[in-house]
Write a protein that binds this ligand. Structure first.
Ligand code: SF4
Length: 392
C-alpha cells in the first residue's frame, strides 16, 4: 500500500506553518489567516488587504509576479484552505492543546470570510499603494493620506485620493481601528511605517504630536516588539527639515527614511516632474544621516529612456556617491513600470527617447548594480525593488 505523504507542523510564536513534504507549504498568522503559501510550484502571499500576490519562475531568469484577479483569488484560497484542512485532519489526533487552538482559528476562515476582510480593510485604511521592500511586513499607520505633490509623470500611486494630514485625535482613532483589524497578527509586524508618500513633510510641530500618539499606542525600541519608525520622503527642497528636526525624529525612534531619488541626472529628474533636484536630495540625505538616521535611496532603472540612458547612469552613480551611503543604508534599484495613463510616455516620444527594451533594462540594472557596488562601502545593501512584488 502506498504510504501517505508526511505532514509537518512548525509552530512559532507568531505564525504556524503546515507542510506536506516540500510540495505544499502554508503559513498562517495568529488570527488563523493564511499569509504565505507554496502550492503546485507557485508562491502566494496574502496581504492584510486581502490581495493575493502570485510569484513563480516561468523560465530561466524570468519570473511572473502579479496580483490575482477576484476569480483567481477565490480559487487559490479555496484550494489552499482545502489543503490546510486536510493536513489539520491528519495532525489533529496527536496534536497538543496549543496546536489545536491554532487549528480552530484556521478553521474559522472560509473563502467568503477571507474575502469579506477586503471590505473591512478599506474601512480602516486607504489603499496602501507601495512600501519599500524591507518594510512589506511593517505595520502601516497612515499619518497622512496620499501625496502632497501627486504630479510626478510616471507615478499613479496616490491619484485616487486628496492629500491630508491626520489630527492627533483622528490618527489615534485610525491606530485603534488598525489594531482591531490586525488583531493577534500584530506580532508579525516588527516596525511602524508612517504612511503615505511623504509623511516626513508634515510640519515638525504637527509631526511631533502625531509621533507622540504613536508612542502612546505602541512601545518602540531595540528591545520592544516594534524596533523603529520608518517613512518615505519623496519631496526635496520644499518643507525642508533641519538637522535639529531630524535629530528630534531620531530620538523619537525614526530609524530609516526612504527617498525616491529616481535619477541623479538633472534632465531626467525634471522630465519625471519630481519636485526639487538631485542636488537638494544630496543635501537632504546628508542632513538625515548627520542626525543618525539611515536612508534608503531609490533609483528608477530605465528612467529617461534610450537617449538619456548613459547620462542617467553616470549622474545617478555620482549622486549616490555624493550622498556617502554606509552599511546602515540601502540602495534600491527599481525597474521603471510605466503606467499607461501618465504623461511620461508622450514626453519621452517628444524628446525622441523611447523606453528601454527588456534586454536594455536588464543591462542598465546590471550596470547600476555594479556601479553602485563599486562606490559604496562593503556591507551597504544594493537591492532590487520590483514594485509588482508589493502586497500589504
Ligand atoms: S512625490 Fe512620490 S508619491 Fe508623489 S507623485 Fe512623485 S513619485 Fe509619486
Amino acid at each position: 500500500m502506498p504510504t501517505k505523504p508526511a505532514i509537518t507542523i512548525a509552530l512559532q510564536p507568531q505564525y504556524l506553518t503546515l507542510a506536506e513534504e516540500l510540495r505544499t507549504i502554508i503559513s498562517f498568522d495568529r488570527e488563523g489567516r493564511p499569509i504565505v503559501a507554496f502550492l503546485h510550484g507557485t508562491n502566494y502571499v496574502r496581504g492584510l488587504s486581502g490581495d493575493v500576490l502570485l510569484k513563480r519562475v516561468v523560465s530561466r531568469g524570468h519570473k511572473e509576479r502579479r496580483k490575482l484577479s477576484a476569480a483567481e483569488r477565490r480559487a487559490v484560497l479555496g484550494d489552499l484552505l482545502n489543503h490546510a484542512h486536510r493536513m489539520i485532519d491528519r495532525l489533529e489526533p496527536q496534536a497538543a492543546a496549543e496546536a489545536r487552538a491554532w487549528f480552530d482559528r484556521i478553521r474559522h476562515w472560509d473563502v467568503d470570510r477571507l474575502e469579506a476582510e477586503r471590505e473591512r480593510f478599506l474601512t480602516v485604511y486607504k489603499p496602501i499603494s507601495i512600501l519599500p521592500p524591507d518594510q512589506y511586513r511593517a505595520l502601516v499607520l497612515q499619518a497622512t493620506e496620499g501625496c502632497s505633490w501627486n504630479r510626478c509623470h510616471f507615478c499613479t500611486f496616490y491619484r485616487d485620493r486628496a492629500f491630508r494630514i491626520h489630527t492627533p485625535a483622528s490618527f489615534r482613532e485610525h491606530i485603534q481601528q488598525v489594531k482591531t483589524f490586525v488583531g493577534a497578527g500584530l506580532g508579525l509586524r516588527k516596525a511602524i511605517f508612517l504612511g503615505d508618500a511623504n509623511a516626513l513633510i508634515i510640519p515638525q510641530p504637527r509631526l511631533r504630536d502625531l509621533l507622540q500618539v504613536v508612542h502612546e499606542e505602541f512601545t518602540i525600541g531595540p528591545d520592544a516588539d516594534f524596533k523603529g519608525i520608518y517613512a518615505f520622503l519623496d519631496i526635496f527642497g520644499a518643507e525642508r527639515k533641519t538637522l535639529a528636526d531630524y535629530r528630534e525624529l531620531a530620538a523619537a525612534g525614526v530609524r530609516r527614511v526612504y527617498l525616491g531619488l529616481e535619477s541623479g541626472d538633472e534632465t531626467v529628474f525634471r522630465l519625471l516632474n519630481k519636485p526639487g533636484s538631485p542636488a537638494e536630495a544630496i543635501e537632504a540625505v546628508r542632513t538625515i544621516k548627520a542626525a543618525g538616521i539611515a536612508v534608503g535611496i531609490i533609483l528608477l532603472v530605465g528612467a529617461g529612456g534610450e537617449r538619456l540612458a548613459a547620462d542617467h547612469v553616470q549622474h545617478s552613480l555620482a549622486t549616490i556617491a555624493a550622498m556617502h551611503p554606509g552599511p546602515e543604508d540601502i540602495i534600491y534599484l527599481s525597474p521603471l513600470m510605466i503606467p499607461p495613463d501618465t504623461p511620461y510616455l508622450a514626453q519621452m516620444q517628444a524628446i525622441d527617447s523611447p523606453p528601454l527594451s527588456e534586454a536594455a533594462l536588464a543591462a542598465q540594472l546590471e550596470q547600476l548594480k555594479q556601479g553602485v557596488r563599486a562606490i559604496v562601502p562593503a556591507g551597504t545593501k544594493v537591492v532590487l525593488y520590483h514594485i509588482e512584488e508589493f502586497v500589504y
